[in-house]
Ligand binder design. Structure first.
Ligand code: AR6
Length: 192
């Protein structure tokens, strides 16, 4: 199967998915918050917070893995807490040229690496940093898709990645990032 066929966009609350691992858009404290972080902590139950208290936080751009506690009953085994950057960047800078771009890419890479090391077959990502942290959504979508595709082309696990969007507008933004990349790949092939 081509790497691109292992990536699927879904519109859902990430806590309702039936996947082996989900990624949380956490903050450096790892002690919960709003947005998807709040939803995951509510769904996983208070044991998650107790466990997170032992982790001593996580720097921006990195990720830590925990059990899924109450979410295990629906098949989720792991939660990967990735700390995305707060966007202070300059949108006029080319993609990949801001510190925030690098840190966001690192979140995806670290999360994929942890999922791979724990032999996860399926992994779902929320749109890290694009809510409370205000990372521009189309820019984040290009970074997420590019890095996931690169990782899948070198690794058999995870077999399947779900890009979990909270609404259809966000799903469209991800789809556009994928379409743009596919057009670019086709043009590159045509030009030899
Ligand atoms: N399922 C899927 N996606 C969701 C859900 C959900 N249940 N809830 C929100 N989203 P955000 P950030 C989407 O703000 O920008 C927290 O307080 C949302 O629409 O959750 O990385 C943390 O503790 C958006 O597209 O995360 C940090 O302090 C995406 O998830 C801070 O927010 C990310 O939005 C992290 O901010």
């Amino acid at each position: 199967m081509q790497p691109i066929d292992r990536i699927e966009i879904v519109t859902a609350d990430i806590t309702t998915l039936r996947v082996e691992a989900i990624v949380n858009a956490a903050n450096e404290s790892l002690l919960g918050g709003g947005g998807v972080d709040g939803a995951i902590h509510r769904a996983a139950g208070p044991d998650l917070l107790e466990h997170c208290k032992t982790l001593e936080g996580c720097p921006t751009g990195l990720a830590k893995i925990t059990p899924a506690f109450a979410l295990k009953k629906q098949g989720i085994q792991h939660i990967i807490h990735a700390v995305g950057p707060v966007w202070h960047g300059d949108e006029s800078q080319k993609l990949g040229y801001t510190l925030e771009d690098t840190l966001l890419a690192s979140c995806y890479h670290q999360s994929l690496t942890l999922a791979n090391q724990h032999a996860c077959k399926s992994l779902a990502f929320p749109n890290i940093s694009t809510g409370i942290y205000h990372f521009p959504k189309p820019r984040a979508a290009k970074i997420a898709f590019g890095h996931i595709l690169g990782f899948l082309s070198k690794h058999d696990l995870p077999e399947k990645i779900f890009l979990c969007c909270f609404n259809n507008t966000d799903a469209l933004i991800i789809q556009q990032a994928i379409d743009t990349r596919e057009d670019w790949m086709m043009n590159r092939k045509r030009m030899g």
